[in-house]
Design a protein around this ligand. Structure first.
Ligand SMILES: *Cc1c(COP(=O)(O)O)cnc(C)c1O
Length: 361
């Protein structure tokens, strides 16, 4: 028998150097860490879903093209016939598909910093150099720096989240259009939080051949299903389809997503409720001494405190789980991110935070 290798000898150095994406345990907690919609579906709709599950032919592979679901998405989102749709097991998988497809020697994946961490992580998985252009101190786009970085690195793909995670803001629309025009490669606008924003680039798909638009059902109420979509010109999506694994969207996801999409007012009413709670939460945080709250167009709020880790831990001891961003990027020093929950969860969060702050300062 030959000597067996250790993982350290076989696994790529960049992978050995990573720490796995950390999902903290949340059993019994008020969960305000992961941008989930806090509201369940109405019980009548859940009964309909139960019927679908009862009759689903789970012994068969799902429809590999998810044709029926795609048609429903096309109608609900108003996607024109000259554009194609690619489905992913969450939009995370779509980022991965794009990264794998472009991973030639020398290809660069670009985004801003701080941005959604999966852009950087997936670049690493796919062995692609990642360039993150820092945002300005107020989390707006640094257009000059972006244009200079594009000229220098000629990125194969740029990912921009609109609104951005973890900052919550919408970047300047004109600045994004300048970036699109300056980019020789693909540009993906990631609209994961579109349900809570007042804007979209969907109307620009017709104007720019290399523009792709990504959406997900996760943040608007179906995180457990894992469904993301990419919308763009057929000449791009035809190539990306080749990288998609044939049965990546399971039958339950296809059936349930389609059913819920036929009840879009349910999700949009929930989004409306989240937006009005967001306004209340922002106003509350704005009145607290020692807190800087940043404007949000998403279902979460970023705020800066004096001792983030201490406050994060104290909230956790009170069974409230949010996200501590301190230490993840220099611009996020002492920043916390709180997902907007139900009115009840939010008032518990506010009351607890008030107590903690009065004890720590
Ligand atoms: C949450 C998030 C995603 C990933 O969502 P999926 O659940 O994988 O669909 C993508 N982009 C941004 C900016 C996000 O915040």
């Amino acid at each position: 028998m030959p000597n067996t290798h250790t993982p350290e000898q076989i696994i790529r150095a960049e992978i050995l150097a990573l720490s796995a994406y950390h999902v903290p345990p949340a059993a019994g907690m008020i969960k305000l860490d992961a941008m989930e919609n806090p509201y369940p579906l109405p019980s009548a709709l859940r009964d309909e879903i139960a019927q679908l599950a009862l009759h689903a032919p789970v012994n068969r592979y799902p429809d590999a093209s998810a044709a029926s679901l795609k048609e429903t998405l096309r109608q609900t989102l108003g996607i024109s016939d000259n554009l194609d749709i690619l489905l992913g097991n969450g939009s995370d998988e779509i980022i991965q598909i794009i990264a794998m497809a472009i991973a030639k020697p020398g290809a660069v994946l670009m985004s801003v910093e701080p941005a959604f961490v999966m852009f950087r992580m997936i670049a690493t998985f796919a062995n692609i150099p990642y360039v993150g252009v820092p945002l300005k101190n107020d989390f707006t786009l640094d257009l000059d720096a972006m244009l200079a970085a594009i000229a220098k690195h000629q990125p194969a793909v740029i990912f921009l989240a609109y609104p951005n995670n973890p900052t919550g803001n919408l970047f300047n629309r004109a600045a994004i259009l300048s970036i699109i025009q300056a980019t020789p490669g693909i540009i993906v606008i990631d609209e994961a939080y579109q349900a809570f924003a007042e804007d979209s680039f969907i109307d620009q798909l017709g104007h720019y051949p290399n523009l792709l638009l990504m959406r997900t059902l996760s943040k608007s109420g179906l995180a457990g299903l894992r469904l993301g979509l990419l919308i763009g010109r057929p000449e791009w999506l035809k190539q990306l389809e080749k990288v998609r694994l044939p049965y990546n969207i399971g039958i339950m996801t296809q059936l349930i997503a389609e059913k819920v999409l036929h009840h879009t007012p349910v999700l949009s009413e929930q989004a409306q409720a989240i937006k009005s709670e967001r306004a209340k939460m922002s106003a509350f945080l704005g009145t607290m001494r020692g807190i800087t709250v940043y404007p949000s167009n998403a279902n979460f709020i970023l705020f800066r405190v004096n001792a983030a880790s201490q406050i994060f831990q104290a909230l956790k001891q009170h069974n409230i789980l949010i996200k501590n961003l301190d230490g993840t990027h220099p611009l996020l020093e002492n920043c916390l991110r709180e997902t907007v929950g139900t009115p009840d969860e939010n008032s518990q969060f506010c009351a607890t935070l008030r107590t903690i702050l009065s004890e720590t300062v």
